[in-house]
Design a protein around this ligand. Structure first.
Ligand SMILES: Nc1ncnc2c1ncn2[C@@H]1O[C@H](COP(=O)(O)OP(=O)(O)OP(=O)(O)O)[C@@H](O)[C@H]1O
Ligand SMILES: [Mg+2]
Length: 253
């Protein structure tokens, strides 16, 4: 049965999609069978993996009951992928029936046993799509940029995670906070370290030992439609992501 990892933070631009891409390509390079799922109507993860997200069946069609989950799966270099595009942005209004928190859980229930890992990207919001990811996931990873302003305002995500755990998914494990886009020149100040540790303890989790450094290759990779760890495995960020995946696996994930 697949372990399901969702990458989440309601803040934009903190490297959620980049982290999903790295997890998908890294786990696949390690020999695991991986399915990526994009729950973000921006569709960036599919695009960065070289998929034409404007054509073909997407997760929206599955949620609408117009296609089966198997029809929505696309082969990629590093496994399988289910894309989304802007159509999914109507989810909040369109899917207003009871049980709408379980759309994704229901959709993937028959394919879970095919994979070792399922990696879910989420939008920069706390909405029904994010809740669907939390309801379905075993593990949550929260990327954060190690800058004071970027670290502010986590109470909302804390409430959402607590509600999901209370009502829908008690086994949800908030695995770690991952510091990303780390710039060596702006060293990790004591204030940032203290604040990140404080956030982790408020959320009842830990800060990953591995920190992901800034790399130009990360910005270049999406244009090539390749998994990040296939495109530039020697770049600082990819070395860090590889170490992060090893840290996760050693930690029991
Ligand atoms: N380690 C890194 N080094 C350099 N640039 C990075 C790194 N990680 C992410 N970026 C860049 O930061 C930007 C935001 O990254 P990404 O799209 O992964 O964030 P996100 O949290 O998914 O954003 P959104 O909230 O809009 O979905 C992108 O341009 C990406 O290329
Ligand atoms: Mg994103």
């Amino acid at each position: 049965m697949a372990k399901i990892i969702a990458v989440t933070n309601q803040k934009g631009g903190v490297a959620k999609t980049t982290t999903c891409n790295a997890l998908i390509s890294g786990l696949s390079r390690m020999g695991y069978k991986v399915l990526g799922i994009d729950l973000d109507p921006q569709g960036s993860l599919g695009f960065s993996l070289g998929i034409n997200i404007e054509e073909g069946i997407t997760l929206y069609d599955v949620f609408k009951g117009k296609a089966t989950i198997t029809d929505a799966i696309r082969p990629i270099d590093c496994g399988h992928f289910i894309p989304s595009n802007i159509l999914l942005s109507t989810a909040e209004l369109e899917f207003n029936h009871s049980g709408r928190e379980f759309l994704l859980t229901e959709a993937i229930k028959d394919i879970k046993n095919i994979y070792d890992y399922i990696v879910i990207d989420t939008p920069p919001a706390l909405n029904i799509l994010t809740v669907n990811a939390y309801v379905c996931a075993d593990h949550l990873i929260i990327p954060m940029i190690p800058e004071i302003l970027s670290l502010l305002g986590i109470s909302q995500i804390k409430d959402t995670i607590e509600n999901v755990k209370r009502y829908y998914n008690p086994k949800l494990d908030l695995t770690c906070i991952l510091l990303t886009k780390y710039n060596k020149r702006a060293s990790l100040t004591k204030e940032v370290c203290d604040m990140t540790e404080a956030i982790a303890s408020q959320l009842g989790t830990r800060v990953a030992d591995t920190v992901i450094r800034n790399s130009v290759a990360v910005a270049e990779a999406p244009a090539h439609g390749l998994g990040l760890l296939d495109y530039a495995p020697k770049s600082n960020a990819c070395v860090d992501y590889y170490n992060f995946i090893k840290e996760l696996i050693q930690g029991g994930l």
